[in-house]
Each structure stands twice: as C-alpha cells, then as structure tokens.
Design a protein around this ligand. Structure first.
Ligand SMILES: [Fe+2]
Ligand SMILES: [Fe+2]
Length: 192
C-alpha cells in the first residue's frame, strides 16, 4: 500500500495529536529499519497503522477481544493495552492488510512479547522515542537506539515497568516476558 493512501486511511481514525505522533513513529521506524536491516516498507506500514484502534469505544474493543478469542486476561489489565491486538484485527478486517509480520508488530506494540522479531522491536522502540515524545528517560533510549536496538528496547521496558510500579499499577505479564527474554538473550549473557 502506498504511504499516502495508508496515511489517508489512518488519519480518519485519529485525533490530530495522535496523527502527528503516528507520523513521528513512521519516520523513526523507517530510520531504525534502515539501520538494523529490517524491511523498511513493513516498518512503515506497521508504524502508520500501529494506533489504528486507539479511539475505538471501550465496549467495541471488549467485544472484539471476547469474540476473537484474544487473551482474556487483557480485560483485567489497563485498557490502554487493548488497542494493540484490537488494532491488528481491525487493520486486517477493515484495511485488508494480511501480512502477519506487520500485523504482529501492531499486535505487540504496547505489551511486547517474548522473542520479538526485529520488525516488532523497531515499531515498539519507534513508538517510544519518536520526536514528539517528551518524558523522563526518553533521551537515554534515543541514544541507545542509535547503536543497539536491543539495549534501547530493554531500557524502554525497564522505564515502563518502573513507571507502572511507581503508580501502583499492575504490569501485564507479556511485558515481563519480553523483559526477561531480552535480558536472558542479551549479548554476553546474564551476570551471575
Ligand atoms: Fe499504541
Ligand atoms: Fe503509538
């Protein structure tokens, strides 16, 4: 799908603020894909559609999670997580994107998952560091992303987990699984 066509479709689903964020994620994902040898077109497409379901009504998302047999435990956690798997489903159904790698990058862009593909990592990190993001710790992840995608992802996960803990929020298990898998597979192994 052409970029302008994809952007035209997604723009209708988003607020202006979220659309600007999407443009930032797209540019960043393309840069990271180029740097780390990931398919740039897939990174571009996944980035454009990653927040497609962000503004769907809560009830619609809940219904899709139940009807499509998505992990039920999602419903016990922050609804902020829901738009990612629901987005992958809707992008396939409504936009007609069938590429499983692209759909998975959308599906796991919020929770992560153990053993993420390079494309999934690119979209996750791009979502975290795009130029519009301003929060404590983002600059450190930006810097890491210039040299090491895995270290950038680990730092983003650490920040996210710590942020949620400080707010006494639960942490979705996939986020821990992602962190654990990344740290255990880290170059040089784990320190004992
Ligand atoms: Fe998102
Ligand atoms: Fe996003």
């Amino acid at each position: 799908m052409e970029r302008h066509k994809a952007l035209e479709i997604v723009k209708k689903q988003l607020t202006e603020h979220r659309y600007q964020h999407t443009l930032g994620v797209m540019e960043t994902a393309i840069e990271l894909a180029r740097k780390y040898g990931v398919d740039e077109k897939k990174a571009e497409l996944a980035a454009i559609f990653h927040d497609y379901a962000k503004f769907r009504p809560k009830e619609e998302m809940k219904q899709i999670i139940l009807e499509q047999n998505m992990p039920n435990d999602l419903l016990s956690y922050n609804m902020e997580l829901w738009h990612a798997p629901v987005g992958a489903y809707l992008v396939q159904r409504e936009v007609g994107i069938q590429d499983e790698e692209v759909l998975n990058a959308i599906r796991y862009h919020t929770s992560g998952r153990a053993n993420m593909t390079a494309l999934e990592k690119v979209v996750y990190v791009a979502d975290y560091i795009e130029p519009g993001r301003i929060f404590p710790g983002v600059e450190e992840v930006r810097e890491l992303a210039r040299h090491d995608l895995d270290e950038a992802l680990i730092q983003a996960l650490k920040n996210t987990i710590q942020f949620l803990m400080k707010k006494n929020q639960p942490i979705y298990p996939d986020t821990f699984y992602t962190y654990n898998a990344m740290v255990m597979n880290r170059k040089g192994g784990i320190e004992t």
